[in-house]
Design a protein around this ligand. Structure first.
Ligand SMILES: Cc1ncc(COP(=O)(O)OP(=O)(O)O)c(N)n1
Ligand SMILES: Cc1ncsc1CCOP(=O)(O)O
Length: 525
């Protein structure tokens, strides 16, 4: 074993599992192929193998790992690690304590510890672990795991004790090429701290083509690591009011050019008017709810709206978001009335723990419920009271926490990407007199996000390409400016005549009008 600690690349962490090999696939052949595909660290995990055979497997695996200059760790068995001179060990909560392992292993040995809670991580840091294996993130068939699933968002909390330390982290359980990017995004804390890598068994071992499986995973992890910051805007771009207005305005003709198909899982109250608003802007609606069709539909759409108003198929919402992430399509989440019931709150958690939203849009009551804030209360789908004391700070912090664009709707709308906050002061009071204007806002945002992502060149490490901050602002401007123009029309006498006029005006806004009329201010927080 090495005396001084080597720099470890945890990016693609393979945990072996000979029982999962496809029929006819040789273990060493599979391992070599996965190393060729880009596995950066290997843990030999043999849960039922006798010592002699374990030793032999470990020795042969080590010879291959050396060929690729990849470190090898041994699961649980310090004796095997010592016998072959492995680079280190991985131990679980009920295995040998870190202090005992440290005393037995040479100074340079790597020690990894399984952690299921933030308290486990804090203890592992205290005990001197080199890295933690955090999970279970998702459900897995590979191991019977007793601890509750962390989900995508749970990763942030479990990593908290690693702030300010040099202890590394990999996530484990149910991680596949298809959910890898969600997982990496989900783990990023407001400070920027995130995962160092992803640990997988079946995604590579059970594959007939482990080299390709490892390469796909490696591409995602490396691309993610080279894409900083991990959010859906230009972020470090010095956004000015003029820049925002001009770029949002350019998305109006982009929608007409691309005519994106926008999937909307929305509520029964607003389905028709949302579909009509979609057509008016130059996009096409598809109101598909069934989980069974999401894989197919997701390939064809430009963007997805998930509106919580009348939850008819939570499974459909879960599947739709999952496939949108897989296919790198923007997902706009409108958690209508999320504070109204425990079912809605837990459903919102399930959704946000499974897929990464690109934009979360809501009124003060809804966003307070998503943020677990007591500052604003809701009554049904409406927000009550004065709103947030500092709405700009609230949206910025929630955008950081959820790693997405946040739109807070109200008399003044606030939009943030976690770095910049803008206030938008357009709109007409008649919007409050028709049902579902908030839902139409979600539709508009989804359409603009779809167009912005279709305009952009796809990038490997990004869940969605294109500037989603500008897109979300564009969506807000579309509805609010159209409402002003509709309300000013002579033929509009009240809410009944306002709705069709609003839809007419949505289709007529020109980029020049948008730049001239938009009231956009960059707010300092
Ligand atoms: C990287 C990584 N993380 C977690 C585990 C699980 O280890 P443990 O809890 O000891 O369970 P077994 O693997 O021994 O069944 C791991 N092996 N690797
Ligand atoms: C070893 C281990 N520890 C927690 S889950 C797990 C297995 C993960 O396997 P898979 O990547 O196939 O879900």
């Amino acid at each position: 074993m090495a005396e001084s600690k080597r720099e470890i690349d945890y990016s693609v962490y393979l945990v072996t599992g000979r029982d999962l090999l496809p029929p006819g696939k040789d273990y060493l052949e599979s391992l070599e192929e996965s190393l060729r595909g880009g596995v950066t660290i290997v843990q030999i995990r043999e849960k039922t193998t006798e010592t002699g055979e374990f030793l032999e497997v470990a020795r042969r695996s080590q010879a291959l790992c050396r060929k690729f200059n990849v470190p090898i760790l041994i699961n649980d068995r310090l004796d095997i690690a010592l016998a072959i001179g492995a680079d280190g060990v991985h131990i679980g909560q009920t295995d040998m304590p870190i202090a005992v392992a440290k005393a037995l292993l040479p100074p340079g040995a790597i020690i990894g510890m399984t952690c299921n809670t933030p308290a486990h991580v804090a203890q592992a840091v205290k005990d001197g672990a080199d890295y933690v294996g955090v999970g279970p993130v998702f459900a897995t068939q590979t191991k019977n795991v007793a601890s509750p699933m962390l989900g995508v968002r749970g990763l942030q909390d479990i990593l908290a004790p690693l702030e300010g330390t040099n202890v590394k982290a990999v996530a484990i359980a149910g991680i596949k090429y298809t959910n890898a990017l969600q997982c990496l995004y989900g783990a990023v804390r407001p400070s920027g701290l995130g995962l160092d890598g992803l640990a997988v068994v079946s995604d590579i071992v059970a594959s007939h083509e482990p080299e390709a499986a490892a390469r796909k995973l490696a591409t995602v992890v490396h691309a993610f690591k080279s894409t900083i910051p991990h959010i859906f805007s230009l972020s470090q771009h010095p956004y000015t009011s003029q820049y925002i207005k001009e770029n949002a305005a350019q998305l109006f003709p982009a929608i007409r050019r691309h005519g994106p198909l926008v999937q909307q899982i929305t509520n029964t109250v607003v389905t028709t008017q949302s579909a009509n608003a979609t057509l008016a802007l130059g996009a096409s609606p598809i109101m598909a709810n069934a989980p069974q069709e999401m894989a197919d539909i997701s390939k064809a759409i430009g963007g997805l709206l998930i509106n919580f108003g009348t939850i008819q198929s939570l499974d459909g919402m879960i599947e739709a978001g999952k496939h949108a992430n897989i296919n790198r399509k923007p997902v706009v989440f409108d958690p209508v009335g999320v504070g109204a019931s425990q079912y809605r709150r837990s459903s919102a958690n399930s959704l946000l723990n499974t897929w990464q939203a690109t934009v979360i849009k809501g009124n003060a009551g809804e966003l307070a419920a998503i943020a677990n804030s007591q500052e604003v209360r809701a009554k049904g789908v409406d927000s009550v009271g004065q709103g947030f004391k500092n709405p700009a700070l609230f949206v910025r912090d929630l955008a950081r926490r959820e790693r997405c664009i946040v739109v807070l709707s109200g008399k003044t709308d606030y939009v943030s990407d976690g770095t910049t906050v803008v206030s938008l002061n357009n709109g007409h009071p008649l919007l409050g007199d028709i049902t579902g204007s908030g839902c139409m806002l979600g539709t508009c945002i989804a359409i603009f996000c779809a167009a912005a992502s279709m305009e952009a060149t796809p990038e490997d490490g990004k869940l969605v390409s294109g500037d989603m901050f500008i897109a979300a602002i564009g969506g807000v401007l579309a509805l609010t400016l159209a409402s002003e123009k509709a309300a000013a029309r002579d033929d509009v006498k009240g809410s009944g005549t306002f709705l069709p006029a609003l839809i007419d005006e949505l289709g007529k806004l020109s980029p020049e009008e948008v730049v001239a009329l938009a009231n956009v201010e960059v707010v300092s927080v």
